[in-house]
Design a protein around this ligand. Structure first.
Ligand code: GLA
Length: 746
């Protein structure tokens, strides 16, 4: 039984294959007592003693614990608990103190519904066919404040993670103001531990940042209205010795795409309280009597054997148990996107010449990026006017899609639904649809404003206008972009007392539009994007099986971004394109084959002017596409081991292994060459030690001088040898070299 309880002694236990999480009731309050390595099988009630070892400040009168330092399951502001609060409410009388006491605990099957304020379910994990999910719901209440909170903890058997969320009900007769409602509050003795975050910026997303945990409060998050480039909604606490295969790691990931705050508040006893919340600084939700507010899911994962294990736990969940799209489980088409090839400078003829260049390459999908609508010759105009620009495309999208079809190409389009250009017909007709503060000069960013997704009329307009385009042109792929943060927040549809709800309602509105469009067009592949990977989070991956990983298409930078992204997210969701050299973001010159080898992710394509390639490069594409097709299943569905970090040197290596260990794909990249560097070996991972593997193919870059002993096609090697002594790394004859080996168990 993954969840067991001793109601009499107040001990509750959740077990995943490698970890146990305990809750204990004492003095009428619920405490989280332990989360870490799997506990033994003592009689359940006896685990109540786990709470005795928890350090505490001098006790309060009448209690043998102090809220200052006790691991309350749902710590409320204003009651002597001075650390980051999971629940912060301002009551009608202006005071904040609340005390949530334990009321009951209940076991149920499956994931509980988490409705948002529009009545739609919040993005959430789910159990697949044949899997069993169980939920433990703790009900806590403040009978004086007439407040009820349900802490819901769900696990899917076989997965090393627990989903946590909270539903708050106002049972009083006056409205209350919710300033924070966390998804999880967890305690870890963190002395000597490190915290890892994924931070970055445009063009440099999700770079792992590791720092020692220090006493005091550290908050990472976003007040930008979207999860953003600066911090991903994820953190991990790890023991100081934690590496890819060693040490312990605890992960915290939030299934949400809007504002968030992840607080690590470390006390005088070196115990950290980690509070994961979707509420930004200015969050303020007016909860009417009888109303409920649900927090999104936080996914908590513990790995006793290093960061690699932690990542694989998240990968499996986010690959198999999150995305609702049918494409989540199927190969993605190889695409060509015109953005870096033409930017705004295209017309029907130019696009058709790009399509013509695809002949014989195996490319399957032509994506027309920004610039096809309104009068959009640059980024200063027309967002919101989702009708074809007949000046550029006189035959409309229909004629273009038909031309694609004639060339055996499917047709895809770019949209940026949540935006409006001040210079647009839509804005001229509905200036109040733009998010601006009345009378305050609007703050434009990339010359555009955000459209008010909290409004039903806006959502209806977007659904109708986008659906019309998708139906009219037979579109089979949508790139859903989002290119600026929310600022100057105000909605004419919300009263003054509800403006603090805006960013959450905005996200709910966006999710509602995504929900309807993805459900209505199940055969359209949706890809997320936000100035590159600025909203690369589990909330988006729930609706869209893939996300544009970064606008930085430089292969060297991509290896780093993919490495960092892989800490939480599977390669099945990473979109990567081969782009031009010199690279448009970095100016770096790099061989075509290396650029292609680095783009080997779950969703592969090209983003350059094919007509500008020399014949050698153009003719190489067919081979590259064929190679990707041979490999994509392993990348998309395989488990993933990081072997050599680009952040630590000149080389990157990783391996994908199918879950049944029957096939594997090893990738090795070396950036700069050095004279007479000596040789080295690299141990692989994830294989079946007792089985022989045959090398099905070895692809190496032009500038790689193979060593004798490097596995060539046909070679037979035992898993134990590949993972023990490993393989001899080849020498390079130039910069930018790589080797890719595909193994099959025999
Ligand atoms: C964003 C995206 C790019 C491209 C442009 C178009 O920057 O990240 O891939 O679509 O918008 O304007």
């Amino acid at each position: 039984m993954p969840i067991t309880l001793d109601a009499e002694r107040g001990v509750y236990r959740l077990d995943t294959p490698d970890a146990s999480l305990f809750y204990v009731v004492r003095d009428g309050f619920l405490f989280q007592a332990w989360w870490g390595a799997r506990a033994g099988n003592r009689e359940l009630g006896s685990y109540a003693d786990l709470l005795d070892a928890v350090p505490r400040s001098p006790p309060m009168p009448g209690c043998d614990w102090s809220p200052d330092s006790s691991p309350l399951a749902l710590p409320c502001a204003g009651s002597g608990d001075v650390k980051a609060a999971a629940v912060r409410i301002v009551f009608a009388d202006g005071t904040v103190s609340a005390r949530l006491r334990f009321l009951s605990a209940e076991l149920s099957e499956g994931f509980p519904a988490l409705p948002d304020s529009l009545g739609n379910p919040l993005p959430s994990l789910r159990a697949r066919d044949g899997e069993k999910a169980s939920t433990l719901t703790f009900t806590l209440a403040d009978t004086f404040r007439k407040l009820k909170a349900e802490l819901r903890l769900t696990l899917i058997e076989g997965h090393n993670a627990i989903a946590s969320s909270v539903v708050l009900t106002n049972e009083g007769d006056e409205p209350i103001r919710v300033r924070n409602l966390a998804s999880a509050a967890i305690y870890l003795p963190s002395g000597g531990m490190d915290q890892i975050t994924l931070s970055g910026s445009w063009g440099r997303e999700r770079q792992p940042d590791r720092q020692p945990v220090r006493r005091g409060l550290r908050v990472i998050g976003s007040d930008r209205g979207f999860s953003g480039h600066a911090f991903n909604p994820f953190t991990a606490l790890v023991t100081a010795d934690a590496g890819e295969r060693s040490g312990k790691a605890w992960g915290f990931s939030l299934v949400w795409s809007g504002d968030f705050a992840i607080s690590v508040d470390t006390d005088q006893f070196d115990v950290s309280r980690i509070v994961v919340s979707s509420c930004g600084t200015d969050f303020s939700w007016r909860l009417e009597p009888g109303d409920r507010l649900a927090s999104p899911q936080a996914v908590l994962a513990h790995a006793p054997r290093g960061l690699g294990d932690l990542s694989r736990t998240y990968h499996r969940l986010y690959r198999d148990n999150l995305c609702v799209s049918a494409f989540a489980d199927s190969p993605r088409p190889v695409l060509i996107n015109n953005w870096e090839g033409t930017y705004f400078d295209f017309d029907h003829r130019r696009l058709v010449s790009l399509m013509d260049a695809c002949a014989g390459t195996g490319i399957e999908l032509f994506v027309l990026d920004d610039g096809w609508f309104g009068r959009r010759d640059n980024d200063r105009t027309s967002l919101g006017d989702w009708t074809c620009d007949r000046k550029k495309l006189p035959g409309g999208l229909e004629a273009l899609a038909a031309d694609a079809q004639k060339r055996d190409l499917r047709f895809g389009l770019w949209f940026e639904p949540e935006m409006i250009s001040p210079d647009s017909d839509l804005y001229r007709a509905h200036p109040d649809w733009a998010v601006t503060v009345p009378d305050l000069e609007p703050q434009e960013c990339r010359n555009q404003l955000v459209i008010d997704m909290t409004r039903e009329d806006v959502r209806r307009y977007l659904i109708d206008s986008i659906a019309r385009v998708l139906e009219g042109a037979g579109v089979s792929y949508v790139k859903w972009d989002f290119n600026r943060p929310l600022t100057d927040i105000f909605s004419a549809s919300l009263g003054a007392e509800r403006q603090g709800e805006f960013t959450r309602r905005f996200m709910e509105g966006t999710y509602a539009v995504m929900r309807e469009l993805t459900a209505r067009f199940p055969r359209v592949l949706f890809e997320g994007c936000a100035s590159g990977g600025g909203r690369y989070d589990p909330g988006m991956l729930y609706f869209m099986p893939q996300f544009w990983t970064s606008d930085d298409t430089d292969a060297r930078e991509r290896l780093r971004i993919q490495w960092g992204t892989s800490l939480v997210y599977p390669f099945s969701g990473m979109s990567a394109h081969v782009s031009a050299s010199p690279n448009h973001q970095t100016g770096r010159v790099m061989p075509f084959d290396f650029r292609c080898a680095a783009a080997l992710t779950g969703s592969f394509g090209y983003e350059l002017d094919l007509t500008a390639l020399d014949t050698g490069e153009l003719s190489a594409i067919a081979g590259q596409v064929a190679a990707w097709k041979r490999r994509e299943r392993i990348v998309r569905t395989g488990d993933f081991w990081r072997l050599k970090s680009p952040f630590e040197g000149n080389e990157t290596a990783w391996i994908f292994v199918l879950p049944d260990k029957s096939e594997a794909l090893f990738c090795f990249y070396r950036e700069m060459n050095a004279p007479n560097p000596g040789t080295g070996r690299l141990s692989l991972d994830g294989l079946d030690p007792d089985s022989p593997y045959r090398v099905e193919e070895t692809e190496t870059s032009v500038g790689l001088g193979l060593l004798a002993g490097f596995p060539a096609a046909g070679a037979l090697l035992y898993g134990a040898d590949l993972m023990g002594p490993g393989i001899a790394l080849p020498l390079s004859r130039s910069d930018w070299t790589f080797a890719i080996i595909r193994f099959r168990r025999v």
